[in-house]
Design a protein around this ligand. Structure first.
Ligand code: UGA
Length: 433
């Protein structure tokens, strides 16, 4: 089938390449010309394992093309995916829908045949309804159907998650063709017996927000338990392992530490909070606010811990920060807990040296005043404390004996609870989490 993907960021570029992999002819629309040029040359402007190969292959085969023209998009296909960003509004909790709205405003007046728009972006409940009303106003003697088909991919596993999702969710308004067309689009996945859930658009929108809110809740839950463990001298990792054996609980997303960041969970729970407030769902609002609060306090807590191990003041101290990406296998620093901590520590008068295997360029753009090292060892040179804040394998496997030789004080703060405490303590480190 011929399809258009509007917006070629993490979500859109991955979706476009994966739809080509499924055998469809894909036109990707990206308005930023620099990004477009990179993608058209088969290069991915961010770090995502497996995506560069896939993209290159399908650009070369001709099954995937990139353009900046909505006119070309309107001519090319009758099925359009919206994959543009929905960031947090500046100074507010709600989602900024301007890119989603602009996609509909630009595309629909250009359409000359009946069309289907499938929304993939994460949006507040009620968006598909509002867009449908707007599309009806803009459409010229044709029917433009809008349905919602949320995406659940994780950065770092984007290709795998898109080609082999846990489930496909589709929210359709009655009387349209969205279900039939989507069944054709995803036929190979449906044949693999991946669950295909058809519901109404508000439910589909809420499936996505609820999934992210639940993942955030799991993390904040275990971090709240970590606080009790600290006070009681118990081991939160062992608790996560033990409760995780219960299939109703599950071990995944119970890693305590610095908490969640990135371009999705933080802004999605805040947008959910804002929408819940608008809808008068006060319990949901209060609950989600606490999930966010617990998470943000993890960051200040690590800063306090760093101050504590530096004899009560960060002024004039040298702090090494290992990790800047919001999680390993990513170069994404949006709402990165590691960089947030680095910034706070610098504000308290310390000199901060940061190293990350992939996220250095993005970090420099966001926090130009931090010092950036070219290796973990260099970052740790003469450090009064080493903070491990993103659990890249090269940090998890670092040799505490070797690191001992370059630091000034042997203080290690394991912000991701991923190090072997005994191994560090046995060579003289003060280990804190
Ligand atoms: C998240 C969801 O996991 C995806 O399902 C969803 O599609 C995506 O958001 C989205 O809405 O687009 P992602 O942002 O790639 O995916 O990151 P996660 O793997 O969920 O990790 C989020 C944060 O939680 C990271 O900062 C990570 O370090 C932290 N985390 C994760 C923990 O602190 N503890 C854990 O046990 C797990």
């Amino acid at each position: 089938m011929r399809i258009v993907v509007l917006g070629l960021g993490y979500l859109g570029a991955t979706h476009a390449a994966c739809m080509a992999e499924l055998g469809h002819e894909v036109l990707g629309i990206e308005v930023i010309s620099e990004k477009r040029a990179q993608l058209a040359a088969g290069e991915v402007p961010f770090y995502e394992p497996g995506l560069p190969d896939l993209l290159k292959r399908h650009i070369e085969s001709g099954r995937l093309r990139v353009s900046g023209s909505y006119t070309e998009a309107a001519e090319f296909a009758d099925v359009f995916f919206i994959a543009v960003g929905t960031p947090q509004k500046k100074g507010e909790y709600s989602a900024d829908l301007s890119y989603v709205n602009a996609a509909v405003e630009e595309l629909v007046p250009l359409l000359t045949r009946d069309s289907l728009i499938l929304g993939k972006s994460t949006v507040p409940v009620g968006t598909a309804q509002a867009l449908t009303e707007r599309a009806d106003e803009l459409a010229k003697d044709i029917v433009v159907e809008i349905a919602w088909n949320p995406e659940f991919l994780r950065e770092g596993f984007a290709v795998e998650d898109t080609l082999h999702p846990d489930r496909i969710v589709l929210g359709v308004f009655p009387g349209g063709n969205a279900e039939e067309i989507s069944r054709q689009l995803y036929s190979s996945m449906i044949d693999e017996e991946i669950p295909f859930i058809v519901t109404d658009p508000p439910t589909a929108e809420l499936v996505k927000t609820s999934a992210n809110a639940f993942l955030a809740t799991k993390i904040s839950f275990i971090n709240a338990i970590a606080e009790v463990c600290d006070a009681a001298g118990a081991d939160v990792r062992a608790i996560a392992d033990a409760i995780g054996y219960d299939a109703r609980i599950g071990r995944r997303f119970l890693n305590a530490g610095l908490g969640f960041g990135g371009g999705c969970l933080p802004k999605d729970i805040r947008a959910f909070m804002a929408r819940a407030g608008e809808l008068g769902a006060a319990e949901a609002l209060t609950f989600l606010r606490e999930v966010d609060n617990v998470n943000m306090r993890r960051r200040t807590r690590i800063v306090e811990l760093a101050r504590e191990v530096c004899s009560g003041t960060l002024l004039g101290k040298r702090i090494a920060i290992l990790g800047a990406a919001f999680k390993p296998e990513s170069d994404d620093v949006r709402d990165s807990p590691a960089l947030n901590v680095a910034g706070q520590i610098q504000l308290q008068g310390a000199s901060v040296s940061v190293y990350d295997p992939k996220a250095m360029d993005n970090s420099r753009k966001l926090f130009p005043t931090l010092d950036y090292a070219t290796s973990a060892i260099e970052a740790c040179g003469s450090a009064d404390a080493v903070l491990l804040l993103t659990e890249w394998p090269e940090f998890v496997n670092v040799d505490p004996e070797m690191l001992r030789k370059v630091v000034r004080q042997q203080n290690i703060i394991d912000g991701r609870m991923c190090l072997d405490r005994d191994a560090w303590e046995s060579v003289g480190w003060t280990y804190r989490t």
